[in-house]
Write a protein that binds this ligand. Sequence first.
Ligand code: FAD
Ligand code: DHB
Length: 433
Amino acid sequence: MTRFSMGLQTGSELLFDNVRKAMSIEQGEPERLRLPDAGTVVRKAQVGIVGAGPAGLMLSHLLHRDGIDSVIVEVRSRKYIEERNRAGMLEQGTVDLMIETGIGERLKRQGLVHHGIELRFKGRGHRIDLSGLTDGKTVTIYPQHEVVKDLVAARAAASGEIVFEAEDVIVHGYDGSAPVIRFRKHGEVQELACDFIAGCDGFHGICRQSFPAGVLTLYDRIYPFGWLGILAKAPPSSPELIYANHERGFALQSMRSPEISRLYLQCAPNEDINNWSDDRIWNELEARFATHDGWRLNQGPIIDRGITEMHSFVAEPMQFGRLFLAGDAAHIVPPTGAKGLNLAIADVRVLARGLSEFYRSGSQEWLDRYTEVCLRRVWKVQHFSWWMTSMLHRFEAHNAFDFRRQLAELEYVTSSRAPSQSLAENYVGLPME
Ligand code: FAD
Ligand code: DHB
């Protein structure tokens, strides 16, 4: 690697320098010159991105398409992020974005397009016709790690740099006009000097925690249950997803391919996965999905299992100076309704637009509105994920009244067009602003 490389040699240097001056004047603070320690490798990029999850990778991809260079700094290895099992459902807008920006080839071949979902309660299934209720919109099952693979491949094809297995990552200088991402790689300290930092480092990352004390307001709800998720070598038992409310707790049938089922069970929040033998998992799933018409659950070898916590969380604002948070770094939702990944992608669309406007015209208007524009969607999605979770799970202090109330709500949602349509609109994804 060169000792001093990258960025700003991109032709837009002059405009960019003027813009840089404009911004530091706006912010009122003269830039202080900070010299890196001797032996530190220093390089530059217009945008430094912390985290190679869907948010960081998609941001880098979108910026590249607008001629803006970025470097991603990631703590994990490429293999790790390309194999990490997480979400599976893509909203129509996420699918459209992948196709429009040239990374949708595998998605078009391998994605499973869904036109409806089933809500199951009292031993009966009730279909929500997603497409019929949303002018033909659909959702697509395509696992998050496949999205990550497509994005990493696109970055590699465009010679975009991702620094994997970076250690001791910190961000500083973003309150003035000289943001820096500092990290160690192979024992060597490196600094990435950039104009902006995008904190796409997930819920446990360092970017949100770097905000000065008192800047952030945190909104939080922890649910008194978790999800036990499995991947099984068994064909999906139904062609569409099933969200089941049962007295024993929630269950979800999803899939990864025509041969692999993805199944979830509500469990205790601090559940020890070792308490769940294969038999216990299958028996519980059988009980929760049971219908009066003899529906059968396909079983097969369990090839992966894990517990997911359920948490609603929002940090406001999503920007401080030149540090912008996106995706799980700023907010998380409980997984019911599959919104986390899609919301992360929606954030970086707004951020990419703001950064592109800035480099194209010098206007900060979109960047200044980043928090406001994102939060409008974030809170609607928070509401939807909370609502789906509340309607479908057993709560700690749940009593017979609550269960009856949930069943009444499910009956209403599945029998009246207005609430069905509301569910469908949110499920396929609200329009982008
Ligand atoms: P992430 O995917 O978390 O990416 C952040 C990246 O930053 C990671 O690669 C991480 O290694 C890296 N990083 C962290 N700290 C640092 C650091 N200090 N320096 C550099 N890099 C760092 N959503 C659904 O919709 N449905 C689901 O079924 C579902 N299941 C989930 C299961 C689990 C176990 C988890 C954790 C999440 C799940 N989600 C689910 C949520 C969904 O996966 C996330 O919303 C989505 O990954 C958000 O993308 P992101 O890029 O914002 O964050
Ligand atoms: C999946 C996960 C979800 O949380 C959901 O609501 C739908 C599908 C999945 O992993 O396939």
